[in-house]
Design a protein around this ligand. Structure first.
Ligand code: DQA
Length: 143
């Protein structure tokens, strides 16, 4: 299974940004952690990060006939980007919404996800393990 892992705005800053929320591990640590899962789950991962909404949309479109599924941490776009919602609805491959933190236990605005309905599930609050659970979900339910 080929999986596209898409990370949105400010995720490149983990390890530096709000360590009390996101921990002290860096984005590179996240990539290395994810790559280390490839052999364990027999998956191939392509990992991308962008701070730009349009690039994330382009990558979702690009991924449609090239990957079997997407793990998407849309960062703050989760809470207001109808364009990302439409992009997820535009493609045929399953998309799993993931978050490092538990967005339901933070500020009010984070309790809303406008992309959730377009995704096959949402996994949050487990740190890096949210992505691992997302991979497991795609393997179990995604195809
Ligand atoms: C996040 C949660 C979002 O609310 C926030 O804007 C992020 C990261 C998470 O992984 O916990 O940038 O998606």
């Amino acid at each position: 299974m080929n999986i596209l892992v898409l990370n949105g705005p400010n995720l490149n800053m983990i390890g530096i940004r709000e360590p009390e929320v996101y921990g002290t591990k860096t984005y590179e640590d996240l990539e290395n952690y994810l790559f280390s899962l490839q052999s364990q789950y027999n998956v191939t991962l392509d990992i991308k990060q962008s701070n730009l909404e349009g690039i994330l949309i382009d990558l979702l479109h690009y991924g449609n006939d090239r990957f079997d599924g997407v793990i998407l941490n849309a960062g703050a776009f989760t809470h207001y980007s109808y364009a990302l919602y439409d992009a997820i609805k535009s493609i045929q491959i399953p998309v799993v919404e993931v978050h490092l933190s538990n967005t339901d236990k933070r500020e009010e605005f984070r309790k809303v996800s406008v992309i959730r309905e377009a995704c096959i599930t949402c996994i949050m609050g487990l740190g890096f393990k949210s992505y691992e659970e997302g991979i497991k979900y795609l393997l179990k339910e995604g195809v």
